[in-house]
Design a protein around this ligand. Structure first.
Ligand code: HAM
Length: 419
């Protein structure tokens, strides 16, 4: 028997009507971005491997989860695990005027262990701002995400925020955490001991019971911030206060990518299981453009996980799939020409219209019309053809009754009927 193929592990098809919901979510995000002065950027799904290695040579995303391979030209390439690195690469390549404010939506790939809310192929929407050092832009991007959650109807998403300090601060902090954890190496979980060698800050993310005490007593980054970084952070918090945005300071929030400096934040959904409750995250990456061969340029942004956002909407019972219903369904009892021509005519005039292929009995066609949830059936039988007319039959119980109209007046009559 021929093999019936399935999607790869951790990858999913998105079918209607769920796809309409996803599209609606991205459209909302696009409108929010556009209103705030962000233009859409589209960057490739694949880049040279080196672009993503800058995301963090010590992170799981790069060392364990990347879909990388050698293409037919012998170039080392990878499917993108996130969008920020590609956007910064594009900035360095094209050198647009700053501030460069962009939004994006698209698919990413990480070879993770799949579970609910964690997939190998997932979508994000996000924004990036290049070339602005002003802490008020940090508050602006956070406010954009918070307003977006509210627009979806979500009420139980919390903002966690921290500052990782400047280049030197982060390194000094990392060393202090390393020393602290090394001193407690014996009590740490095996996974934490393994991570410690590569990336001590990531151990602070551990949710394992054995690591809890060492994490609880670890140094906090606030004690390592330069005056500059501390001042920046305070201004960001003041901005959030001024905008009425609630936040929780999370001194051990480190995030899973290495490029962060200064402001870092995460959005967690209380309606999701704790293991996968991060619906988004972001922060500053002021050194990344330079790491990718460009001029020193400040940068900040965030990405939201579309799949997890939709799961959160399910859990909170908000943001249903939009109802795409038809205006009219053409029922043709005379051989198909009317169905073909009238459906085309209606669509050309901006109506949402459909028909049943292969004709069939009145009963079969009316059943299809009902299923389509169209507001009106346009029926063409022998009588109608002889009189150059069509019958408009309302399909919803709104008190209006069936009537015959001249075929030449159909567009106007239908428009009037639908008002
Ligand atoms: P991230 O925290 O790695 O940050 O991902 C952002 C969001 O993408 C996560 O909070 C989560 O909702 C979603 N996500 C990540 N991995 C998966 C997965 N395997 N399955 C489902 N959803 C997932 C970034 O990607 C940064 N580029 C954010 C950023 C933009 N920082 C600055 N600018």
């Amino acid at each position: 028997m021929t093999k019936a193929f399935q999607t790869l592990k951790g990858m999913r098809d998105v079918l209607p009507p769920e796809s309409a919901r996803r599209r609606a979510l991205v459209d909302r995000f696009a409108s929010a971005g556009t209103l705030a002065g962000y233009g859409e950027v589209v960057v490739p799904l694949v880049e040279e491997l080196g672009v993503f290695e800058r995301v963090g040579e010590a992170t799981d995303v790069v060392t364990k989860e990347m879909y990388d391979f050698t293409d037919r030209d012998g170039t080392q390439i990878a499917l993108r695990p996130e969008v920020t690195a590609g956007v910064v690469r594009a900035f360095v390549q094209h050198r647009p005027l700053v501030p460069w404010k962009v939004w994006y939506s698209g698919t990413n790939f990480r070879h993770e262990r799949p579970q609910k809310g964690r997939y190998r192929m997932f979508d994000q929407v996000g924004v990036e701002v290049l070339g602005v050092d002003d802490p008020d832009v940090d508050a602006e991007v956070i406010a954009l995400a918070v307003a977006f959650f509210a627009e979806l109807g979500l009420r139980r998403v919390r903002l966690l925020i921290n500052s990782l300090g400047d280049h030197g601060d982060r390194e000094r902090y990392t060393e202090a955490v390393r020393a602290h954890l090394e001193a407690r190496r014996a009590e740490l979980s095996e996974a934490a001991r393994d991570t410690l060698g590569r990336n001590p800050l990531r151990v602070l993310d551990s949710k394992r019971a054995e690591d809890a005490e060492a994490v609880r007593t670890a140094p906090v980054v606030a004690d390592f911030l330069s005056d500059d970084a501390a001042g920046h952070y305070q201004r960001v918090l003041a901005g959030l206060d001024a905008l009425g945005i609630e936040y929780e300071e999370a001194p051990r929030l480190v995030r899973g990518l290495d490029y962060y400096r200064r402001t870092t934040f995460e959005f967690v959904a209380d309606a999701l299981d704790a293991a996968q409750n991060a619906v988004g995250g972001g922060g500053r990456y002021d050194g990344l453009a330079e790491d990718l061969g460009g001029p020193p340029t400040d940068g900040i942004g965030f990405a939201l996980g579309v799949d997890r956002l939709l799961l959160t909407c399910d859990a909170e019972g908000v943001f249903d799939a939009p109802q795409h219903t038809l205006d009219a369904f053409v029922v043709d009892l005379v051989g198909g020409d009317a169905a073909r021509d009238l459906t085309h005519l209606l669509r050309a005039n901006g109506f949402a219209a459909d028909r049943r292929f292969g004709g069939g009995s009145m009963k079969a066609q009316m059943k299809a019309a009902d299923r389509s949830a169209a507001r009106v059936a346009i029926i063409v039988g022998e009588d109608e053809v002889a009189a150059c007319e069509v019958t408009l039959r309302p399909l919803r119980d709104d008190g209006s009754s069936q009537r015959r109209v001249a075929r030449s007046a159909l567009v106007d009559e239908l428009r009037a009927f639908l008002q």
